[in-house]
Design a protein around this ligand. Sequence first.
Ligand code: SF4
Length: 496
Amino acid sequence: MKLYYTGHDYRYACEQSLLVLFPTERPEYSEEQVKENAAYLSLHYGKTWVTASCRIYRDGVFDGSARVRKALLTDELSIHRLLPKILRLAFYRAAERCTGKSLAWGALTGVRPAKLATRLLEEGLSAKSAVSRMKKDFFVSPSRAELCVETAKASLAVKRSLEPQDVCLYVGIPFCPTRCAYCSFVSIGVERSHKLLTEYLPALYREIDATGEAVKKAGLRPVALYIGGGTPTTLSAPQLAELMERISAAFDLSAIREYTVEAGRPDTITPEKLEALKLHGCDRVSINPQTMNDSVLEAIGRRHSAADTLRAYGEACDAGFAAVNMDLIAGLPTDTAESFAKTLDTVLSLAPENITVHTLSMKKGSHILLEGRAIPGEEEVSAMLDYASEKLYAAGYRPYYLYRQKYISGGFENIGWCKPGFESVYNLCIMEELCTILAMGGGGSTKLTNPNTGYIARITDKKYPREYIDTIDDAVKAREEICAFYRREHLLPDNT
Ligand code: SF4
């Protein structure tokens, strides 16, 4: 769809709205003013109000507008928050008239809608008033507004429990047995890359050691540790043991509240590996069936069966982890609402502490997108998610974190559900940006966070394992930025 701006250049806000409101469209720009498949977005400054207007030409003409009092635009922060907001609202109103559809998340386009709910609660609103505000100001559906406020409560509880020096650690193993059809992650199959893995681990240990030194120097305290991927359990039991020993040697883990290892693919899990994880301090594993329907598993290239998941889950229970998470995806190719319901019922019968219900995201570079595979429509995905919510609430689970992704089916969301008391600290910290996340390994994204201002600086590791290995000297050097950040933000003395 062609986009035209008058009186502003808030491209990002308008493009994000376009992707959510018209998921099959991409933003285009042209000098020529056309009147089909086009949206004109303008800001007009009056005496008392600034008004955003949107006119969409698409099989007709559809208008929407929203306004804000000029008096509220007091500084850069308020200007750059409120003006994009009214443009998004105007675009949403026009799109609603154009498509005849209301979206579950209304005019909200961000990845972290719970942040808005958290802010409202922190401003002193009751949960009920926060729900009303989200419905009224952003046209969020009642079910999503309630969900959002509930997750915001969990986020606030963890936020209030954190000390300024608390950080989370992430260690990435970007290797998998095979590549799933919906994956765009830079993970490579271990069969093809065994040699690379043996080069990768020593490089990773260097980054772990350098991060450990920086953490000690800056007086930071790790409170949650997550070994993710890829699939960390593609490593052998001795490799896992060595990795975890290197981590324990580099960091003081005495304040760790949660230690998770993603044992994502059931076909990589063995009792020996689970024993190694348990022995080295891991107390939470994630076993991810995605679906319990074998034909859907085959369609997405997982190369394991539902029976493998049941076996792996049983082994994890026998190993005695404090918590097990299971990931599911709504909207996979060839899946149906009925088959998804069976998947959910089976997983619920296992009663894991956490169940994360994702919605399929059509990621760039995934086989699903590249091969143009058919996926369930929006209504079917909506039925899957509604079924999941109803069943999970009834079984005593509560939503504790949620996030949205680009290109997600129907503009829906991913929701982490837990039994009360099993909220994952790491998931909340990373999704709600509650504290610094120190990431190590290929594709890792470190987020240095000032707990007083919320300001975030990033350090990213090279994505591909080969690149990561070849540039490890740079990655190790970049760890100096950790102390530098805390000094710059006046959280450490200058001479640290
Ligand atoms: S297990 Fe995860 S990271 Fe690995 S290929 Fe599948 S989706 Fe990608």
